[in-house]
Design a protein around this ligand. Structure first.
Ligand code: S3P
Length: 441
């Protein structure tokens, strides 16, 4: 257990280099490992989750190395080969679900597991549809550990997404890569489309069109080998969100966060913060390797409470914990609707937000079974709480941000999970003016 205390700061200043996007990093490694040729990745996130995906792919035979200049080079070494031991994906839901997708089409037997958090998360939403393509999954009550036997199926496959999950959508598309026939995914509610964009960049025959019912129809035509390419990974907006909210709620702050990925299906947090009165400016807007990017200048702001509709959830699903912290400092009530998916993340984030805010002097309660009401007080909350992070990096970082602007410091019982997505969080924030340090009791 690595316990820390986050104390009041006099403000955050400077230019922050946030590490690469986690979603894009996993996808770049996986697509690189099934493409013909040599894929070069610039800006790969070197966090535990992504490195676990790299290690898993190496166990399956892929050649992966890092150059002295910091580029990651990925090269297929023929079809995936059966690994000689269990693949442990650590904390990473994206890693394990995307891997199950791509492996479903290889006739090999693979045993997958993860840490206590990952072993508690639902996998049936992935294994059920993948089973329809002939792959066989032995699960532990629908969860990890899982033993899977892939199958080189060549029938056409189509599926309507019952839930807005980019991990599910991506797993199904990856499973379709070796088919000669077509894979069609119907997506009633759009969620992050990094897989579709990257598949296009790797030369896949993939189209996305809306049908008459306004449903996205994603069509991946088979019989096509991916071609290696160069991938640029922008800074992760989900990680940038911690620095952005920290600057907004602390006085005298003025930071610039560089190269932030602004995929329109990821920017819900910025839209909501702007509506709350945040001073965020977009500078140097550009498009790099198929993804929109900008530098964000963020200054201390007086925020007001807001009602966030359920439709916003898919475009900011990982940002609710940090948005809840912004809401605690805002003037007036904030309502966050449609949060059922938060209950199956690295921890039950729905519960973690309520408990964490209540422990730090902010009233927060449930409305129905999937919405939250947060009574913002428009000034510094009392803070002083001890947060149990339960292996959840985003809960740990959100409450460290809360401590930066509360009357009393906020303690986190264990921040080791932060290494899964943002290993340099504490050093980067402290360099900008935060006051987070180890706590020994
Ligand atoms: C991700 C999709 C989301 C998100 C996760 C990353 C991805 O999960 O919460 O952090 O990279 O596809 P769901 O697919 O479960 O919504």
């Amino acid at each position: 257990m690595h316990k820390v205390i986050s104390e009041k700061t006099n403000g955050l200043v400077g230019t922050l280099k946030i590490p690469g996007d986690k979603s894009i990093s996993h996808r770049a490694l996986i697509l690189g490992s099934v493409a013909r040729g040599t894929t070069e990745i610039k800006g790969l996130l070197e966090s535990e989750d992504v490195l676990n995906t790299a290690k898993a792919l190496q166990k399956l035979g892929t050649l992966i190395r890092k150059t002295d200049e910091g580029l990651w080079i990925v090269q297929s070494n023929g079809p995936f080969k059966q690994p000689d031991s269990v693949i442990d994906m650590g904390n990473s839901g994206t890693g394990v679900r995307l891997l199950m997708g791509v492996l479903a089409a290889y006739p090999i037997r693979v045993e997958l597991t993860g840490d206590a958090s990952l072993r508690s998360r639902p996998m049936k939403r992935i294994t059920d549809p993948l089973s329809e393509t002939g792959a066989v999954f032995e699960t532990t009550n629908g969860k990890l550990p899982i033993v899977m036997q892939g199958y080189a199926d060549d029938r056409a496959f189509s599926y309507t997404m019952p839930v807005a999950s980019a991990q599910l959508k991506s797993a199904l598309l990856l499973a379709g890569l070796r088919k000669k026939q077509t894979t069609t995914v119907y997506e009633p509610v759009a969620c992050r489309d990094h897989t579709e964009r990257m598949l296009k960049a790797f030369g896949a025959d993939i189209t996305v069109e809306k049908n008459k019912d306004n449903v996205n129809v994603i069509t991946l035509r088979g019989g096509n080998t991916l071609k290696a390419c160069s991938v640029f990974v922008p800074a992760d907006i989900s990680s940038a969100a911690f620095a952005i909210v920290a600057a907004l709620i602390t006085g005298n702050s003025d930071i610039t966060v560089e190269n932030v990925g602004l995929n329109p299906l990821r920017t819900g947090i910025l839209d909501v913060l702007l509506k709350m009165g945040a001073d965020i400016r977009f500078e140097n807007k550009r498009e790099i390797a198929g993804e929109p990017v900008a530098d964000l200048r963020v200054r201390s702001s007086s925020l007001k409470g807001i009602d966030v509709p359920a439709e916003t959830a898919p475009s900011m699903i990982d940002e609710y914990p940090i948005l809840a912290i912004a809401a605690a400092f805002a003037d007036g009530e904030t309502i966050l609707r449609g949060l059922s998916e938060l209950k199956v993340k690295e921890s039950d984030r729905f519960r973690a937000i309520i408990d964490g805010l209540n422990k730090n002097g902010i009233e927060c309660g449930e409305i129905g079974d999937d919405s939250l009401q947060i009574r913002g007080i428009g000034k510094k909350p009392c803070g002083g709480g001890l947060i149990e992070s339960k292996l959840d990096h985003r809960i740990a970082m959100s409450f460290m941000v809360m401590g930066m602007a509360s009357e009393n410091p906020v303690c986190i019982d264990d921040i080791s999970s932060v290494a899964t997505s943002f290993p340099e969080f504490i050093s980067l924030m402290n360099k900008a003016g935060a006051n987070i340090h180890d706590y020994c009791d």
